[in-house]
Design a protein around this ligand. Structure first.
Ligand SMILES: NC(=O)c1ccc[n+]([C@@H]2O[C@H](COP(=O)([O-])OP(=O)(O)OC[C@H]3O[C@@H](n4cnc5c(N)ncnc54)[C@H](O)[C@@H]3O)[C@@H](O)[C@H]2O)c1
Length: 446
């Protein structure tokens, strides 16, 4: 698509886009948003700070299964009611909350979000949106049926570098893209055995509520809570789900991709407990306006990732950024480091200057100087403003559920190392019957 056509299309889309149900009617007397926060330690504390930094937000409810984290959040928001069980919060405060922020480990995202959405509440949910493909489909369906404001917690989605990379790719700076390579050397996998025995559950933690809908398991210090649950198949989504979702986001969005056709994960054999420490996942996607007839996507993670490859060789013997994505097109390559660095154009093995003004003549992308503290709240404030009817969320579940599904298909492929799985988007099933068992899970009653 030519640059001028792209700009026209974008403007037309922006002007005709339908805004989801806002809470404007509900809050018109005072135009404020009453928020409930589920999971207020770790990233939840940052989410709480960013949402509550919006001048029109009142934090009215806090929930955490760890009383230390709950107490710390309560100290900052003394007027908020506190809960240990999100079900009690949502049931008791149904009429007194306008929106819900979900910042729990991945296995709890869907149970909390779905309960809130069924009560017609807009939801800001951390990434990846869900733990299972079936949940991602369900969340998207409910959000669309109810026309709710939703946003997934990929805050860098609203950053300058990512918006610029999207504009450049969609304007054809490297022509049609045939391959994307993306990588992170982070290690949210675990190749060891399941630890034996059981530790005393600390008094400040409700372990049964932490497990929630996931299988019963004895408590072990430092293995699950906090944070390390990401490495384990019953609770997290490995490095692909953790970092992949951020790093995939821009290429996925820029190339207007839908879910993939095939997925192959070259990793160690599954052990039923931890995710592999190294994943090399190859996806093929159906072509779009911005790609060849098909697009190949290669993800690598874990220590040592990515392996050397000519596609990743930089001019001047420069070192590859620690994490990032490389778009490879018919005219050249575009490197997008993760994160807070400008995209770099490489043509015929040399860096080329990017004249941003030629692509963004009216400076619609805003301030190009990166500042995380300044920019991170944008994504949250956009959600609040969308709830109040004055903006539109940029990572709604209609988008982020598809991105999450793509990520989760790569995670499932890790159960069948080196085997190519074929995904049927319409039927929401793999051709390989044995893989379908991992699309959903049984919820435990708790
Ligand atoms: N967007 C980002 O940049 C970013 C960064 C880090 C984490 N995350 C996401 O945030 C989420 C949380 O990650 P984390 O690193 O903060 O994990 P964490 O384990 O450090 O913190 C999770 C918090 O939720 C609480 N919690 C757990 N189960 C709960 C339940 N059932 N009800 C209420 N509270 C519960 C825990 O006690 C803790 O306070 C994950 O989905 C993760 O992927 C996003």
């Amino acid at each position: 698509m030519k640059k001028r056509d792209f700009l026209k299309t974008s403007a037309a889309l922006a002007s005709t886009a339908l805004f989801p149900n806002s809470l404007f009617a509900l809050t018109k007397d005072n135009k404020r948003l009453r928020t409930a926060h589920v999971g207020v330690g770790g990233m939840g504390a940052a989410d709480l700070a960013s949402i509550s930094s919006h001048a029109l937000v009142d934090v009215v409810a806090l929930c955490d299964v760890d009383s230390k984290n709950l107490d710390a959040a309560k100290a900052l928001h003394p007027g908020a009611k506190t809960y240990t069980d999100y079900r009690t919060l949502l049931t008791e405060m149904r009429e007194d909350i306008d929106a819900v922020v979900v910042s729990t480990p991945d296995h709890t995202h869907a149970p909390v979000s779905m309960m809130a959405m069924k009560m017609d509440k807009p939801v800001y949910c951390q990434k990846p949106l869900t733990h299972f493909v079936s949940e991602a489909r369900e969340m998207r369906k409910i959000a669309e049926e109810k026309n709710l404001v939703t946003q997934m917690g990929i805050q860098v989605h609203s950053f300058y570098d990512y918006k610029l990379a999207t504009l450049l790719i969609q304007s054809g700076i490297i022509g049609k893209v045939h391959t994307v390579r993306a990588w992170s050397p982070k290690n949210w996998g675990y190749d060891g055995p399941e630890p034996k025995g059981e530790d005393l559950v600390p008094e400040h933690l409700d372990w049964d509520l932490w497990l929630g809908t996931s299988p019963e398991r004895p408590y072990k210090e430092t293995v699950y809570h906090p944070g390390n649950w990401r490495k384990l198949v019953d609770y997290g989504c490995g490095t692909l789900g953790d970092m992949g979702v951020h790093i995939f986001d821009t290429p996925y969005n820029a190339l207007a991709l839908d879910v993939p056709l095939t997925i192959t994960n070259n990793c160690r054999k599954p052990n039923g407990f931890g995710f592999p420490e190294n994943n090399n996942v190859t996806y093929t996607f159906p072509g779009t306006n911005f790609t060849d007839d098909t697009l190949t996507w290669i993800w690598s993670d874990g220590p040592g990732a990515p392996k050397k490859h000519k596609d990743l060789k930089l001019p001047k013997k420069d070192k590859l950024p620690l994490q990032g994505a490389m778009f490879i097109g018919e005219k050249g390559r575009l490197l997008l480091p993760h994160f807070m660095e400008l995209p770099r154009l490489i043509i015929d093995g040399e860096y080329k200057e990017i004249d941003v003004s030629a692509f963004d003549p009216y400076n619609s992308l805003g301030n190009s100087k990166n500042d995380y503290e300044r920019d991170a709240p944008k994504h949250y404030h956009q959600f609040v403003d969308a709830c109040l009817g004055t903006d539109k969320a940029s990572a709604p579940f209609s988008y982020s559920a598809r991105l999450t599904e793509t990520i989760l298909l790569g995670v499932i492929a890790g159960r069948f190392p080196k085997k190519t799985l074929h995904w049927d988007n319409e039927k929401t099933r793999f051709k390989e019957e044995e893989a379908n068992a991992f699309l959903s899970g049984n919820y435990r009653s708790f």
